[in-house]
Design a protein around this ligand. Structure first.
Ligand SMILES: Nc1ncnc2c1ncn2[C@@H]1O[C@H](COP(=O)(O)OP(=O)(O)OP(=O)(O)O)[C@@H](O)[C@H]1O
Ligand SMILES: [Mg+2]
Length: 246
């Protein structure tokens, strides 16, 4: 079971859109996928038409005492399951405070053999939860809007991770890209030299991605032929290639 997280210190950069679309792409490609919504906003949970509720409560889940079969739900997409968020997920930070590293991976241990891939959708901050994410995963997928502030938060993230004991590979990729904008084009050109591990697939700014909220589904389910859906397929293929070599 490999674990990846969609993470950024910055809000509104496409973490949730990417988590849902990549999870769907992986499932369509034949992987057994679990998408874990760690954000109390529960946007991922909503996109997958699920109710924001964790049976038994977050407390039990963090302690490893939850019956995972009862917490995890199937989705409309074959091979894609969801571990939903709830409003109580805001307690996650407090409950994880002082815990040994890799807690999130430990929580999932009983279902290790049931999934090929776990994707985490994270809230945007540095906290006890994000430190647990960093220590639990195989790589961090960081959506970056090719603009000054977004690049700056990427550097902040690197500085934070450099100060930690455990290595955590950072794989940035560009989202909300508008190639008509000079700044976007210029910033995209500098990404490869500053971030050799960046993924080369880029996700365009596309209204079809905004429609995910209306359709409550990944783009692959309702707009398969669009450029945005194809960009997520390409991104998944690149990620899968790296995981295969991991
Ligand atoms: N490629 C895209 N093109 C157009 N709109 C997008 C794209 N990606 C995301 N969006 C829209 O931008 C908004 C923020 O996206 P999303 O919720 O995925 O970001 P986030 O990083 O998860 O935010 P948060 O930090 O609040 O969790 C949403 O309204 C979403 O529909
Ligand atoms: Mg989000």
């Amino acid at each position: 079971m490999q674990m990846l997280a969609l993470y950024s210190i910055k809000g509104g950069v496409g973490k949730t859109a990417s988590a849902v679309n990549l999870a769907a792409e992986a499932a369509l490609a034949g992987k057994r996928v679990l998408l874990w919504d760690l954000d109390p906003q529960a946007a991922t949970t909503f996109y997958l038409k699920s109710k924001a509720k964790v049976r038994g409560g977050i407390d039990k889940l963090v302690k490893g005492k939850a019956t995972l079969d009862k917490v995890i739900r199937a989705t409309e997409i074959e091979r894609l399951d969801l571990l939903p968020a709830s409003f109580g997920s805001r307690e996650m930070d407090r409950l994880l405070e002082g815990r040994k590293p890799s807690r999130l991976r430990k929580i999932l241990k009983p279902i290790n053999d049931d999934y090929d891939l776990v994707l985490l959708d994270c809230p945007p901050n540095l906290s006890a939860l994000s430190d647990q994410v960093f220590s639990s995963i195989d790589a961090l997928l960081v959506p970056v809007v090719p603009s000054t502030l977004s690049m700056r938060t990427l550097t902040l993230l690197r500085e934070h991770l450099d100060g930690q004991d455990q290595p955590c590979p950072v794989w940035p990729f560009a989202t909300l890209v508008d190639r008509r904008k000079r700044l976007h084009r210029d910033t995209l050109e500098t990404l490869p030299e500053q971030w050799p591990l960046r993924l080369s697939a880029t996700i365009p700014y596309a209204s079809v991605i905004e429609r995910m909220g209306v359709e409550q589904a990944p783009v692959a389910s309702f707009a398969r032929r669009t450029r945005a859906a194809q960009a997520y397929t390409a991104l998944w293929e690149e990620v899968a290639g790296r995981l295969g070599n991991a």
